[in-house]
Structure formats: C-alpha cells, structure tokens
Design a protein around this ligand. Structure first.
Ligand SMILES: Cc1ncc(COP(=O)(O)O)c(C=O)c1O
Length: 516
C-alpha cells in the first residue's frame, strides 16, 4: 500500500471518531462521565467493604478481574477526548486551569475506588490538557501522534516491560536491534552505527557528548570512567553560538562547564560559519546542529566534519527534529556529509510523530557508546543478545521502541519521507498565507519552522498573547536578530490545509484586537 493510501487510512481513523463539537469550552469542562453516560457512583466504592477493612490488602484495589472494566472506562474517556479534538481550545480555559485546585489535597490516608480516581482524572485532568494532537498546535517543536503509535503504546503499557536486560524483555531487545538497522538505513549512515533508545534529544545529546568526551580522553590514555575529570587532560567544547539550550545543559552535566564553550559565530539563518571555526585538535568536541530551533536551518556539517577529522576531533550533531531532513531528496545537498559525524541525536517524538517520550542516540563508534554506559553488579544477567542498558544512561526504562517500530513498520521508507515532506509543505504554505496577510517572514523556510512578526515588537508580542488565548491554535515566541517573533513549528501529521487557513485567520484576528 502506498503512502497516500496509508495516509488516507490514518486520516479516516481520526475522522471516524471525529464529530465536530461546537466550540463551546464549557462542554469540555462538564464532567464527561455524565456527558457520556459513564456511570460512576460518588460515595459508593466499587468494593463495598473496602473502606471498612483496616487491614486492607492491595489486591482489594488492584483486582485483576476488574482490570478490563477499568481499561474500558479509560478507553471510553480516550474516545471522548478524540471525539472532542476538533472543537477543543488548544490551550485550556482559565476555568479549567482553576479547577485543578480541586486536586490539591493531603495524600489520602485510605485507598480510593480506582474507578472514581479515573473519573476525577477525566473530570479535572482532561479539560486541562493542551490539545497537542489535533493539528492546530505549533508550539516549541512538539510532535503529533500517529494512530498506530498510540495503539502500540497501549499494548506496550499493558505489557509493562522493563528493558535493562534482554532477559527482562526479549521483544524489546529484538525490536531495538531492528529499529537500529532501519534508522541507520533511513539516514544513510554506516553499517557499524549503534543506536540507544532514550527519552529525548536532551539525553541523546548527553549520551553522544559523554561517549565523545570519554573517547577523546581514552585516545590520550585517560580512563575517565575510573579516574574522573580530576587531573584529566583538557577537553575543549566548540559549539554553535546558536546551539540549543539542551546542548549547554549536557555540557554542564558532563562537568565540562558551559562557560568554557568556544562559540562559533552563525550566519543570518543561524548556521555555524565554517570559515569562523577555531583551530581544532584532538581535544575538541565539536557540536553541530541539524535543525536550528528557531529557523530550522542546518549547519554545513559535511565541511565541518572534514575539517574536524583531520585534527582528530569528535563531531556530534544535535539533530533533534532536523536530522530527519536526511530522508528528503530535496535536502540531499544540504545534508551532504552528515554521515561523517561521530554521533547524532534524534527525536522520534518530534518529526516522526511517535508518542512521547522517544529519542535516539546514534554513534558511529559502537564501543565508545557502550563503554560510556557500562556497569556491573553480581545480580546482572548479561546475554549474547542486546542488553539495552549498555546503550543508554538509564538501567530501567519502558519499552519505548515498541511504538517506534510500529510507526516505522506502518509508514515504511516512503511513508517517512512523505510525512516529513508534508510537514515542510505545510510550513511553506503557512508562511505564504501569513505573508499575504501582511505578516513579515524572517527565515528561509527550509524545513518545518516559520518565524513571523507584525510590524513592531510590541504588536508582535500582543498578537502572540491573543493567539495563545484564542484557543484556535498555539504558537510560542522567540527573539530573532533582536526582533520579537512568533515561532511556528509544523510538527503534526494531522495538520491540514484547512487548519492552517483557520490558524492564519486566528493570527489576523489576534493582530486586529492587539492593534486596537
Ligand atoms: C535542536 C534541539 N535540540 C534539543 C532539543 C531538546 O529535545 P528534547 O526536548 O527531546 O529533549 C530540542 C527541542 O526542541 C531541539 O529543537
């Protein structure tokens, strides 16, 4: 089945459940259990004698026979949420936010009826949710959720695998091996590249820079895992002046000191200038970026790698959302040479629309990655298969690769390409429509990011505030070359041209209100 057919299938899935709900915020604040005829019995615990029994055992509230009913209830609430997507305000109303105060209470002394607990979550939690998956959320770089990823996540949640060792979860271990190969092939990296599956790019950056730091020190005869950084040969960090905050956070966590970073000037799109690189040597960790968080621009990573490798430096690529550009034929030239880097971080929860949280660390030097995270204990049980904790900082972790596998298997190579292309097309049409309405566009829209503004900063800020309050769509703000801008990140497969038109109308209205 081609992507178009798969795409239509996915859309139909959402559309089948979607009934247009009037844009009535109060409706979403109403207790949905009543709205949907889901019967809860306030004050009447499901286990009648539960409260009376002082020596209550956990099995009274965790009764496996009741589990299907509990899941049915969750399923109905989820259905209600999906039904409401079209009409929900993207950001919760003031009333819904205030209602969360009802959750503030001392830890209950006695057990509660789990059905009533779910009711309360639905009644107070659901209206306070940010509607990130309805196609009208353009904030930060938050991805949507592909239906098969969500469904696979539900299955994985029921399985509740811990994934440190193969013996804890053979299925996780096998799917990690498979996804490692698939992603390496999708991105066109060399066969020996290893992948670790982590919570997001912050931890992936940390992992890549940790592997790089340790390897540079190892080459100079220093075992940092044993000896630490006290008395170690110096490590330099060379990074873009526009590096993401997550890079600086990782550098701080690694004991390298964010004050010590040698910042490389950037061009007008936020790309590192290769001609402004300091002299590199075998002590340098070079941090590049595929996807500037504001403009979406990609550093000239190929030329930077050539330069860095002649001097024995390590090159890491922060590719959170933009590394996916490697799958686009139209971006081939821009992405040329990225495969020469030593490590790369990548998110599946952004551009690939896999459920949160899901990040990937890729490293061309398998041994360097694995030795950064080695640990031992008498109770560990190693196997001849993949023991996942060797590829990431954490030992225990959920089996997040299950959703990733389901999404990659469903989309296939062409589907991934089409998904990324679609996000870029939508970003371009968003920019075009805004420009037609007199908004300024500040970046070359090369990927999924658009930076826009009104004629002056005060109007831009007031317009952004009105957009955020409107409930129609949601964007964040930033500053770009000294100007206040509105940041648009198109990162949800569910965004349609109609939703972009609707969002542009919201921009125009928000500006008109702000101008009065
Ligand atoms: C370029 C870049 N690096 C790192 C991050 C942090 O990623 P995460 O939130 O997955 O940890 C982001 C988030 O938007 C990003 O855009």
């Amino acid at each position: 089945m081609g992507f178009a057919a798969r795409y239509i299938e996915l859309r139909d899935f959402a559309a089948k459940n979607a009934q247009t709900v009037e844009n009535d915020r109060e409706k979403f604040s109403a207790p949905p259990s009543r709205a949907r005829g889901i019967v809860s019995r306030p004050g009447q615990p499901i286990f009648d004698d539960m409260m009376a029994n002082e020596q209550m055992s956990v099995s009274r509230v965790a009764d496996r026979e009741k589990l299907p009913l509990l899941l049915d209830k969750a399923r109905q609430f989820a259905g209600h949420y999906i039904d409401s997507l079209e009409g929900r305000p993207v950001f919760p109303s003031e009333k819904s936010l205030r209602a969360m105060h009802a959750l503030v209470e001392p830890l209950p002394e006695n057990p509660s009826d789990p059905f009533l607990v779910l009711d309360q979550l639905q009644e107070i939690g659901a209206p306070a949710v940010v509607t990130q998956t309805a196609g009208r959320y353009f904030g930060f770089v938050n991805g949507g959720i592909l239906p098969v990823g969500l469904a696979a996540r539900w299955m994985a949640d029921v399985w509740d695998q811990n994934t440190a060792h193969y013996v804890m979860s053979p299925i996780n271990s096998r799917l990690e091996e498979i996804c490692e190969r698939w992603i390496v092939s999708l991105l066109g990296f060399s066969e020996e590249t290893a992948a670790g599956f982590v919570s997001g790019t912050t931890i992936a950056n940390f992992s890549g820079l940790c592997a790089g730091r340790n390897e540079l020190l190892r080459r100079r005869g220093w075992d940092v895992a044993r000896k630490g950084l006290y008395g170690a040969p110096e490590i330099r960090v060379v990074a873009s002046a526009d590096a993401h905050a997550a890079v600086h956070k990782s550098i701080s966590m690694l004991g390298l000191g964010s004050d010590n970073v040698e910042l490389v000037p950037v061009d007008d799109q936020g790309r590192m200038r290769a001609d402004q690189m300091p002299k590199l040597d075998e002590a340098a960790l070079v941090v590049t970026q595929a996807g500037n968080v504001n403009s979406g621009a990609i550093d000239p990573i190929g030329p930077l790698c050539e330069h860095a490798h002649t001097s024995g430096s390590w090159v890491h690529v922060d590719g959170a959302f933009g590394l996916w550009a490697r799958v686009l034929p139209s971006m081939r030239k821009t992405c040329e040479g990225i495969e020469m880097a030593d490590s790369w971080s990548l998110d599946a929860h952004k551009t690939l629309n896999v459920p949160y949280d899901s990040g990937i660390i890729l490293c061309r030097h398998r041994d360097a990655l694995m030795s950064a995270f080695k640990a031992s204990a008498s109770y560990f049980q190693w196997s001849e298969h993949r023991d996942s904790m060797n590829f990431r900082p954490s030992m225990s972790a959920r089996a997040r690769v299950i959703e990733l596998w389901a999404v990659l298997k469903t989309l296939g190579r062409q589907g991934v390409r089409r998904l990324v292309e679609q996000l870029c097309e939508n970003a371009r049409s968003f920019a075009r429509l805004l420009s037609e309405q007199g908004f300024q566009i500040h970046n070359d829209v090369v990927f999924n990011q658009v930076l826009t503004s009104c004629d002056d900063d005060a109007l831009t800020r007031a317009t952004l505030q009105n957009i955020q309050r409107s409930g129609e769509c949601w964007c964040g703000g930033s500053t770009w070359h000294g100007r206040a801008v509105i940041r648009i990140s198109v990162c949800d497969w569910a965004t349609t041209p109609k939703q972009i038109e609707r969002s542009v109308r919201a921009f125009v209205k928000a500006r008109a209100i702000a101008a009065h």
